[in-house]
Design a protein around this ligand. Structure first.
Ligand SMILES: [Zn+2]
Length: 87
């Protein structure tokens, strides 16, 4: 079983003031250019005023993400979690 499988099976809905204590995410982290993404279990960032949290089941990869991984994005900082093509 992968980290993603175990993470998906153990999730439950979290609302209200318990969010910061209990909510975790499975993040695909790029630690530096020209490396593979690493699946990492981490605490979810808390939503700020006027923000909402959505559950993401899939995320596409676009040219910007490929450029990040390939090291051709000049001002990128690492580690980072690429992916803004939420499905
Ligand atoms: Zn994009």
């Amino acid at each position: 079983m992968t980290l993603l499988d175990s993470w998906t099976r153990s999730r439950r809905s979290v609302t209200g003031p318990t969010f910061e204590k209990e909510h975790r995410v499975c993040a695909a982290v790029l630690t530096e250019p020209n490396t593979d993404l690493q699946l990492v279990d981490r605490k979810a960032p808390a939503p700020g005023p006027g923000e909402v949290v959505i559950r993401v089941r899939a995320c596409g990869i676009c040219h910007s993400d490929v450029a990040l991984q390939g090291g051709t994005t000049r001002f990128a900082s690492f580690p980072r979690v690429p992916g803004h093509e939420v499905a």
